[in-house]
Design a protein around this ligand. Structure first.
Ligand code: FNR
Length: 190
C-alpha cells in the first residue's frame, strides 16, 4: 500500500526555503509515501459570507485534503507566527461548520528559517490551530531547521549527512504515525 500525503508550503515566495525543505523531505521519505502539494496562493481571503457558496479555489483545497490520507505542513515563521496565507488556507479548509477537512487527519509540522530557532514559534502556533481543527498531530520528533544555502544547495539535496539522516528519520516517524492513526481511524483517500 502507499499513503497519500498532501503537503502545504506556507510560503508563496518563488525562492522559498521551505519549498526547498519540502523537496528534501520528499527525497528522503520512505518510498511508500506519495506526495502532492496542496496550493494556497490563489485562495481569496476567507469570508464566512461565502460558507454557502465556496469559491472554486476553496472547493479544490478541500477536495485535495480529502484526497490525502495525511497532511504535512512545511512553513516559515513570520513575525513569530504562521504566514497569513497559510492561516487563510486552514480557515477555508476548516469550514463550513461541521465540514472541517482536517478532522482526525494524521498531520505533521516542520519548517525552515534563516534564524536560529528554526520556526519553533510558528510551529507552536500552528499546533494550536491544528489542535482546534482536531488533526492527529505527530508530536515527536520535532524538527526546527536552520536553512543555509550550503546545507540545501538545491533540488532537494542535503549536504550534511547528519541533517539528511535526521530528516529521513523524521519522515520515517511520520510514516509510522500515519499508520498508527489510520489503524484506529481508517481514512480512505476520499
Ligand atoms: C521573516 N523571517 C522570520 N524568521 C524567523 O525566524 N522568525 C520570524 O519571526 C520571522 N519573521 C519574518 C516575517 C516576514 C514578513 C518575513 C518576510 C520574514 C525570515 C524568514 O525566516 C525568511 O524570510 C525565510 O526565507 C522565509 O521562508 P520562505 O518564504 O523562504 O520559505
Amino acid at each position: 500500500a502507499t499513503y497519500k500525503v498532501g503537503y502545504f508550503v506556507g510560503s508563496l515566495s518563488s525562492t522559498s526555503i521551505n519549498r526547498e525543505l519540502s523537496k528534501a523531505l520528499i527525497r528522503l521519505a520512505p518510498e511508500d509515501l506519495e506526495f502532492a502539494e496542496i496550493p494556497i496562493g490563489d485562495l481569496p481571503l476567507y469570508n464566512r459570507d461565502l460558507d454557502t457558496a465556496y469559491p472554486p479555489e476553496a472547493m479544490a483545497l478541500k477536495e485535495a485534503i480529502h484526497q490525502s490520507q495525511a497532511i504535512l505542513f512545511v512553513t516559515p515563521e513570520y513575525n513569530r507566527s504562521i504566514p497569513g496565507a497559510l492561516k487563510n488556507a486552514i480557515d477555508w479548509a476548516s469550514r463550513p461548520w461541521g465540514q472541517n477537512a482536517f478532522d482526525h487527519i494524521p498531520a505533521a509540522v516542520i519548517g525552515a528559517s534563516i534564524g536560529q530557532i528554526g520556526t519553533a514559534l510558528a510551529q507552536q502556533t500552528l499546533r494550536n490551530v491544528l489542535s482546534f481543527c482536531n488533526a492527529r498531530q505527530m508530536t515527536a520528533p520535532e524538527a526546527y531547521i536552520q536553512y543555509t544555502p550550503e546545507l540545501f544547495p538545491g533540488d532537494g539535496a542535503v549536504t550534511d549527512p547528519a541533517t539528511a539522516s535526521f530528516l529521513s528519520a523524521y519522515m520515517s516517524e511520520f510514516r509510522e504515525h500515519i499508520i498508527r492513526v489510520l489503524q484506529v481511524l481508517p481514512r480512505e483517500a476520499r
